[in-house]
Design a protein around this ligand. Structure first.
Ligand code: MLC
Ligand code: AMP
Length: 492
């Protein structure tokens, strides 16, 4: 199954129907029909083809949420391109690695972000590209594709410190969209408020694709802003909202009368990308009268497990395997464990990506007998509900963004005066976790402010340690492995 036939249900069949409203500055919104989106993406496809892009070529975008991301994604689907979404918060070190690895023909970005792109990479400025596309024919330009056609390279940090590109196919995305639209009963009558970034699978594969396939209406915001979010809900009156736990936690700040009004219209609120505390689930229900549906996914697999739309949405659990997914929970010896016993979640299905881009070693390490080993640890109850309990790696998730400590530790060790470094996730009431750096330093050589400034220039803001805690030496096992559990607790 490829993507265009799914999207055509909206792009062609609902051509005259209002599809989207986008923020156009000063609080004004511009509206588009599905037919407008079809025409815009055809024009861009003609231009990209004229610029030499062929099926299988990579094209990256480094953009906040805006209609041009949708144009680019649809043009990529039509031309069989491999689109490479890049987190707008990434900085020099992340960008250098990712762009060298993916080797896109160009990066489409905005004027304010263009200066961050490393030298030697071709940059296409988005407004100029869009203006030029406007002069192209509106007729469809598309190449044949099938389920195995690679669609995107989405980078996800590896335990080695360097991010790997998950190769997601059109079939992966199509399966995900079909399953979610069906399981969550999304119809053309829904209204979806989109504030998740489009450069990660939550906003892209779930948000955009459920919209395009169901033909519902979408309001796209550049990003989630907690001070404005309540007003957006009240103005737009969405029936659908997808968010990370940090967003739901921010929404708990609203007075009950406003929350009730919003909740009365909200048919379905979905949380994922990080654990939703059971307490937040309950408080949201009390305040909004809406029971959050929590689901579990990954960049490499898109969505795997979810609470039912019709049925019990059990707080603290991620629910049951989605219709197309097989889930196995295994012990250290790779043997399936009985219900009630913790183990690593393995998944198998048409949602699982084709492997890591040019990394046969990492691909071989992550798959076993056709199963993808998620690295997430969980337990299954006798009635099938799965609870996630942690991870096999020391991944930190902050506001739904992933942080691999190793990546930051490696850079810290390159700084003057740093002898040892360990980065650890500490609990945070809104973002779930935040990173804190423990360092053993030569005081005469270590400059904390300079180190922090260097980190800021190299990494996304969510990876910046909230503090540098100085220790004499890191606690280690007899074999020299750092024991992060034994580090003194940071008091904030
Ligand atoms: C966040 N920030 C941004 C930004 N998004 N800056 C610019 N543009 C954006 N789009 C930065 C802010 O500058 C700030 O930096 C920090 O993030 C927090 O911002 P905030 O305004 O204080 O927001 P807050 O209320 O804390 O909420 C944060 C958040 C953000 C929820 C808006 O964490 C977010 O958008 N998370 C979504 C992540 C996501 O989509 N994950 C899906 C991965 S896919 P500073 O310097 O103050 O820290 C996946 C698979 C699956 O995991 O299962 O879905
Ligand atoms: P990413 O690599 O950004 O796609 O992040 C995927 C990881 O997010 C998973 O491996 C999980 O650890 C985590 N995750 C996603 N959804 C949930 C959830 N509902 N509860 C807990 N963790 C989650």
């Amino acid at each position: 199954m490829s993507l265009l036939p799914l999207f055509d249900v909206s792009l062609i069949t609902r051509a005259a129907q209002p599809a989207l409203e986008c923020e156009g500055g000063a609080g004004a919104f511009t509206s588009y029909t599905f037919g407008d989106l079809e025409a815009r993406s055809n024009q861009l496809a003609h231009l990209l083809r004229a610029r030499g892009l062929k099926p299988g070529d990579r094209l990256a975008f480094f953009l906040q949420n805006r209609i041009e991301v949708i144009d680019l994604w649809l043009a990529g689907v039509k031309l069989g391109l491999i689109v490479v979404p890049v987190n707008v918060l990434y900085r020099e070190r992340e960008l250098t690695h990712l762009l060298r690895d993916a080797a896109p023909m160009a990066v489409v970005t905005s004027r304010d972000l263009a200066g961050l792109i490393p030298a030697g990479v071709t940059v296409w400025e988005v407004d100029a590209l869009t203006a030029e596309a406007g002069a192209q024919p509106k007729s469809r330009r598309a190449v044949p594709a099938d389920a195995d056609t690679p669609m995107a390279l989405i980078y996800t940090s590896g335990t080695t410190g360097a991010a790997k590109g998950a190769v997601l196919t059109q079939g992966n995305f199509a399966t995900n969209a079909l399953t979610l639209v069906t399981a969550w009963g999304i119809t053309a009558a829904d209204r979806y408020l989109a504030t998740l970034p489009l450069f990660h699978v939550h906003g892209l594969a779930n948000g955009l694709h459920c919209w395009l396939f169901s033909g519902c209406h979408l309001r796209l915001h550049e990003r989630f802003e907690h001070a404005k979010a309540a007003q957006w809900f009240e103005d737009y009156r969405p029936t659908l909202f997808f968010g990370v736990p940090a967003m739901f936690i921010r929404l708990l700040e609203l007075p009950v009368e406003r929350a009730r009004g919003i909740g009365a219209r909200l048919r379905l609120a979905v949380s994922g990308s990080a654990p939703l505390p059971a307490e937040v689930h309950e408080k949201f229900r009390q305040l909004y009268g809406s029971v959050i549906l929590e689901r579990y996914g990954m960049t490499e697999t898109l969505m795997n497990v979810g609470n039912p739309s019709a049925g019990e949405r059990r707080p603290g659990t991620v629910g049951l395997p989605l219709a197309h997914v097989a889930v196995r929970i295994c012990d250290e010896a790779d043997a399936p464990v009985p219900d009630g016993t913790s183990g690593e979640l393995w998944v198998k299905g048409p949602n699982v990506c084709a492997g890591y881009w040019q990394r046969p070693d990492a691909t071989a390490a992550a798959w076993r007998d056709g199963w993808f080993r998620t690295g997430d640890v969980g337990v299954r109850a006798a009635d099938g509900y799965i609870t996630l309990q942690g991870r096999r790696s020391d991944l930190i998730i902050s506001g739904g963004f992933n942080i691999y400590p190793r990546e930051i530790e490696e850079l810290l060790l390159e700084q003057p005066g740093v002898r040892e470094a360990a980065v650890v996730g500490m609990p945070d009431p809104v973002r779930g976790e935040v990173p804190v750096a423990y360092v053993a330093v030569d005081a005469a050589k270590f400059d904390e402010a300079a180190t922090a400034a260097h980190l800021r220039s190299q990494f996304a803001s969510f990876k910046q340690p909230k503090a540098f805690v100085r220790v004499e030496a890191l606690p280690r096992t007899a074999l020299g492995k750092v024991q992060k559990r034994l580090l003194p607790r940071w008091q904030g």
